[in-house]
Design a protein around this ligand. Structure first.
Ligand code: TIU
Length: 221
């Protein structure tokens, strides 16, 4: 058990029943020329989350925790891509179009892959998800059940989109979701702050929020 300083309240967690889940730290969201940029975003805003994430990933590996990575994207035939998702908005390139990192948000393309700093190692499940939430149309719930996981430490991008959706899904499934604020990022700083505030409001309506330094010092104690 470790005792974590968190908001709205401290929480004790058993690391053997805790998974680190790193959401969509893909080149398509973090590097120029990918999906994030096609939507009109400044992708450099997500960079600050990389180093804290890397430190938490190293600590989780050292502690022998279950580490799960997710990637948002679609199969090359795009049968799993809802037309409403592909057609929406006025992006410079749509999902499936060819960009500098290959086809936008398509599995197997360079842009779909996880950034080198956080690259998965052997034994770490990588969940390919067609939606925002990591539970939707994936086997994440099965993987967590098979390892008797009760708590999720959540990192990744973007705070108000795929992180928030996954936390809400996890909360409804009974997981204690603890979001590491500096390990998440958004193209909209105000959405990052509000996204975290929504999770921890009302006594932690969706979960807890803490920072990587608080987690790392609790794990070292
Ligand atoms: N992973 C994720 O958050 N997908 C998005 O599309 N996010 C945006 O903020 N656009």
């Amino acid at each position: 058990m470790i005792q974590l300083v968190a908001e709205p309240a401290p929480i004790g967690i058993d690391l053997a029943r805790t998974a680190l889940i790193i959401i969509d730290m893909q080149r398509d969201f973090l590097e120029p020329g990918g999906f994030g940029e096609t939507l009109g975003n400044d992708v450099s805003l997500l960079k600050a989350a990389v180093e804290p994430c890397r430190q938490v990933l190293a600590a989780a590996r050292k502690a022998g925790m279950l580490v799960i990575h997710t990637r948002e994207g679609h199969s090359p035939d795009m049968h799993d891509a809802p037309p409403a998702k592909v057609a929406r908005g006025a992006p410079s390139k749509r999902i499936g179009d060819v960009g500098p990192m290959g086809r936008i948000l398509i599995q197997g393309e360079p842009g779909h892959d996880i950034i080198p700093e956080l690259y998965p190692i052997a034994g770490e499940p990588v969940i390919d998800k067609p939606g925002k939430g990591a539970f939707y149309a994936t086997n994440l719930g099965l993987i967590l059940a098979n390892r008797s996981i009760e708590n999720l430490l959540v990192c990744g991008v973007t705070t108000e989109v795929c992180v928030n959706t996954t936390v809400r899904e996890g909360n409804d499934r009974g997981f204690r979701c603890i979001v590491l604020s500096d390990c998440c990022g958004s193209y909209f700083p105000e959405f990052h702050e509000t996204g975290l505030a929504m999770i921890k409001a009302q006594g932690g309506i969706f979960g807890w929020v803490t920072g990587s330094k608080k987690l790392l010092s609790a794990m070292a104690a």
